[in-house]
Design a protein around this ligand. Sequence first.
Ligand code: SF4
Ligand code: SF4
Length: 430
Amino acid sequence: MISQLVFAILLLGAGYYFYLNAAKIYRNIKLGKKIDRFDNPSERLKTMLLVAFGQKKMFKKPIPALLHLLVYVGFCIINIEMIEILIDGIFGTHRILSFLGDLYAILIGSFEILAFAVLISCLIFLIRRNILKVNRLNQAELNKWPKTDANLILIVEILLMTAFLMMNAADYKLQQLGVAGYHTVGSFPISSHLFAMLPDNSSSLISIERFCWWFHIIGVLAFLNYLPFSKHLHIILAFPNTYFSKLEPKGKFENMPAVTAEVKSMLDPSIPPPIGEVSRFGVKDVQDLTWKNLLDAYTCTECGRCTAACPANITGKLLSPRKIMMDTRSRLDEVGKNIDANKSFIDDSKTLLDTYIRREEIWACTSCNACVEQCPVNINPLEIIMGIRQYIVMEESQAPSTINNMLSNLENNGAPWKYAQADRANWSQQ
Ligand code: SF4
Ligand code: SF4
């Protein structure tokens, strides 16, 4: 009875704490500006099924994709086991779903094989990160916490899978010894090989089985509550993020409605000038971004595929699209904490531009969209870069001199070059 009570308190506490942090993330995302991404639901659903469920874009690199798929499928399916753990924990039963007979044996067998595959995949991921030092997983923006975060989760997944297999191994041995309460429930294809590591004494076996059972459930609840603070939030957010991704061609830039209305009214006197002031052109801080940009920031897996494909980064420029997303999330978290502390946002003399992202990064972008194309969860760092550029140009008139020259040529000559319109055809007379 006491263990059932402890279990219920743990479950409720973990659920409530997760709800509190998830609500804060939702509130933070809603700080963004409105954008309509609710049109064309069938196309959106298709995108989500292909990109998030099917992991279509991951398969540009087949080996890591296969390992990631194993971890993803394995982790999701093994957590079906959680249904049984939850029922057993609340009602004090043991392997309640074993009444399913052969189906239960097949399920347990599949869970074990998947758990082993997850364990091996996580080990390989750890080796790639820390021993082989794959370039995109060892760049400057990952120093300190992001690197620890990635390793921590891989280690936790290995421990969870080990606990799951050890729990089954002890349980299976208890079944074989005919200990009361441990009735025979099919075969255990992986954990049966761990027998040699286990004692023959039934009370020690029960202690091991119980310890692993509690370790597994506490680990899963801790993992759930760690998600809001980790890049692994993408396990959940990849689905809405791909659903709400941009459906228009990647190269299509959005006009700024306020500017379009202003220009139209200047060109055609019959069109009235726009009513009201625009608070700010472009993006200086996270509140100037759209909610989708902010959802992108929380969804970023920090995988670095965008940075590995970025021509600016490859040629040694300061820009890394992954860092743009990580900076956006860090600043958004900071703004969220400011609101928590003060009830509403109080100016803290910091902004996304300059405090987090340097101008040199912003002007290094070629707007090629390679980062957008590569991202496995349809994140768009370019929208943030372009928004910041709009702010620098339209609010501060501080574009680099090369761009200012081009802008004044456009204004005077209708072309980016410094020749008068009348001289445009001169080249043909050479
Ligand atoms: S759009 Fe900009 S940030 Fe993205 S890959 Fe191209 S140069 Fe890099
Ligand atoms: S933006 Fe996409 S590709 Fe880049 S690090 Fe984040 S998840 Fe990976």
